[in-house]
Design a protein around this ligand. Sequence first.
Ligand SMILES: Nc1ncnc2c1ncn2[C@@H]1O[C@H](COP(=O)(O)OP(=O)(O)OP(=O)(O)O)[C@@H](O)[C@H]1O
Ligand SMILES: Nc1ncnc2c1ncn2[C@@H]1O[C@H](COP(=O)(O)OP(=O)(O)OP(=O)(O)O)[C@@H](O)[C@H]1O
Ligand SMILES: [Mg+2]
Ligand SMILES: [Mg+2]
Lengths: 229, 229
Amino acid sequence: MIKLKNISKQYHMGDVVINALDNVSMTISRGEFVIIMGPSGSGKSTLLNILGVLDLPTRNHGAYLLEDVDITELGDRELARIRNRHFGFIFQSYNLFPELNALENVMVPLTYAKRPKAERIKRAEELLEMVEMTHRLKHFPNQLSGGEQQRVAIARALANKPTLLLADEPTGNLATEQGNEILSLLKKLNEQGTTIVVVTHDPKVSTYGKRLVHLQDGKIVSDKAIEQS
Amino acid sequence: MIKLKNISKQYHMGDVVINALDNVSMTISRGEFVIIMGPSGSGKSTLLNILGVLDLPTRNHGAYLLEDVDITELGDRELARIRNRHFGFIFQSYNLFPELNALENVMVPLTYAKRPKAERIKRAEELLEMVEMTHRLKHFPNQLSGGEQQRVAIARALANKPTLLLADEPTGNLATEQGNEILSLLKKLNEQGTTIVVVTHDPKVSTYGKRLVHLQDGKIVSDKAIEQS
Ligand SMILES: Nc1ncnc2c1ncn2[C@@H]1O[C@H](COP(=O)(O)OP(=O)(O)OP(=O)(O)O)[C@@H](O)[C@H]1O
Ligand SMILES: Nc1ncnc2c1ncn2[C@@H]1O[C@H](COP(=O)(O)OP(=O)(O)OP(=O)(O)O)[C@@H](O)[C@H]1O
Ligand SMILES: [Mg+2]
Ligand SMILES: [Mg+2]
């Protein structure tokens, strides 16, 4: 499904070059559940952004093949179309639209499927019920706690039934029990066919995945199947 | 040092009243290391903001005595003075100044102590070295990873050698090893006299504290000493 070949992402700060990603290659097949771990600053969010075509590798520093098409050759509109219809994102700092309330935030991705408004409202309410946020539908992001914002972001990421779900620390602001509920939900979605990539610092989260990739200083240092218990 | 008496914090959403904090009373003595846990939305960040005088209880809903002075009677300038000179904050979403780089962010609290600039730069560099961020001094917040931003926020919170340190999920974006380094640092500061209140979802973090307070639906449901191992 996805092939990253020799991807590098460089930032230039004056005359210093920072290799946020350094010659990274990996293949992700449909239906996988990949966990990405590594120290702070090792390149995890950068890798996730490139996987989700929110960002591109540095020019001439690798290829991203999505179903064998090199996406670095596609135009912005085509990238946006792929991203909006097929990918779901949960960002490290949630990234809800501050001017929309919880319900409206979850309805945004549903506009791409062009369903009638009443149907979109119903679907958004069901998603928010799934993450136990029914009691806060009309709250704006700045009227929600950290974990509540994170749960709204999770509901929004799942709205379009994405084929690829990319989650950066999806349970970082949730207590253990609530975090486990979200992870069980992700596991169920994966069993139903969604390909999932989760960045996490929590070793417990990694037990839900099927494959564990370790990053360090922008490089993949290990990439193995997880023993399913 | 701090006495909260029957504190309530209410938000009015149309005709619904949300009790973010509901009749909370607690006393914090100098040198304590208090851990606050509880489900998402239970009132932890609200409690921390009130403890740090960033927010006030709802009118006529309780008193906050700081060294026996009712701070709800003080004016904004006096509250700001106490806060800037004596308290250090690590917020749930870091809250760095986006227009200042890492070094400048850490230097901001040092302006209150009115030391010469060269001294402030040196102190800020030492703090950033303590959280292993020496390699990113000139980066702006949007050029830093989540955990790097969190570490800069920690350095900034410690800049003024605060008597009271309030930390909301201070290791939420750090890998286990890096998180443990920060917690050992907090433990050392506490042994040297800093009063510390940490909100966390991570049971491992709670092992560093001396007292554990559980919140649920805005109420304190348990408040006990932690067995030191
Ligand atoms: N400005 C506001 N208006 C209305 N409700 C609010 C506002 N701010 C917070 N709340 C509500 O108050 C409750 C407590 O919020 P708080 O941020 O203290 O929770 P928390 O325990 O820190 O949660 P988390 O673990 O998710 O960060 C939440 O249910 C939230 O929806
Ligand atoms: N815009 C930028 N300019 C310069 N350097 C950057 C920029 N964005 C990221 N970096 C650097 O690239 C490196 C990788 O960042 P990334 O956000 O991918 O790390 P991460 O593994 O997600 O870390 P964390 O666990 O702390 O979230 C970091 O060291 C960071 O300082
Ligand atoms: Mg990150
Ligand atoms: Mg909170």
